[in-house]
Design a protein around this ligand. Structure first.
Ligand code: ADP
Ligand code: MG
Length: 240
């Protein structure tokens, strides 16, 4: 579903990605861990071309992700992304936030968009807030709306960039529970997170990154119980 072949991304002198190659198969849940600045967000952002790789190749569902705008729209429409800060529009209701892309990008009529949106809001357990504004919701509720918004576009892939890092501790579980349900449904997911409980429970594979390089890419069991590299061991000892 996702293939990266020797991808480099430089920001001036900073090498955010330093030769990344990986394959992620359809339906897999892959968790990416690693220290701050190791290139995790850049890797995710390159997959849907929010960043353009300096060199190397990226394929999504067999199609090369490149600068061609028409092609890019089609790649992006297959990928949902959820960020640390939920990025909901404060002046729109929950329902309007979720229907916006359906109406603007997919040109869905209002009624049709609302039916789809309500279904996704139900899926994340927040349908009763459809007519509220984001500021009237808790952080955990807002993040579930952001997940519903991404799901409404019916993506093949969901990318999550530290979706619980900005949340108060008591709200983390409600968001992880929604993600766990998604993982069981078989959607391809790539999740950057520090929640090792989630990685153990939901991940098929875990990637440890450091300094723009994939150091290990293996099963959660292997990575947590039998890390092969000193850098992985050091990182795990700091967070576990
Ligand atoms: P992580 O998500 O693992 O914390 P990032 O992918 O955000 O790491 O960043 C990797 C490196 O690239 C860091 O050194 C960061 O400062 C740098 N970087 C990321 N985005 C930009 C940018 N837009 N401009 C300049 N440097 C950037
Ligand atoms: Mg990041």
């Amino acid at each position: 579903m996702i293939s990266m072949n020797n991808v480099y991304k430089h920001f001036g002198p900073v090498k955010a990605l330093n030769g990344v190659s990986l394959e992620i198969n359809r339906g897999k849940v892959v968790v990416i861990i690693g220290p701050s600045g190791s290139g995790k967000s850049t890797l995710l952002r390159c997959i849907n071309h929010l960043e353009v790789e300096s060199s190397g190749e990226i394929f999504v569902d067999g199609a090369r992700v490149n600068g061609n705008q028409k092609h890019l729209n089609s790649v992006r429409s297959q990928i949902g992304m959820v960020f640390q800060h939920f990025n909901l529009y404060p002046h729109l209701t929950v329902l309007e936030n979720v229907t916006l892309a359906l109406r603007v990008v997919k040109k869905a009529p209002r009624k049709e968009a609302e039916v789809i949106a309500m279904k996704q809001l139900e899926r994340v357990g927040i349908a009763e807030k459809a007519h509220n504004f984001p500021t009237q919701l808790s952080g955990g509720q807002q993040q579930r709306v952001a997940i519903a918004r991404a799901l409404a576009m019916n993506p093949k892939i969901m990318l999550f960039d530290e979706p619980t890092s900005a949340l108060d501790p008591e709200m983390i579980k409600e968001v992880l529970d929604v993600m766990l349900d998604l993982a069981k449904e078989g959607i391809t997911m790539v999740v950057v997170t520090h929640e090792m409980g989630f990685a153990r429970a939901a991940a098929d594979e875990v990637i440890f990154m450091d300094q723009g390089i994939i150091i290990e890419h293996t099963t959660p069991h292997d990575l947590f119980n039998n890390p092969r590299h000193d850098r992985t061991r050091l990182f795990l000892s700091q967070i576990l």
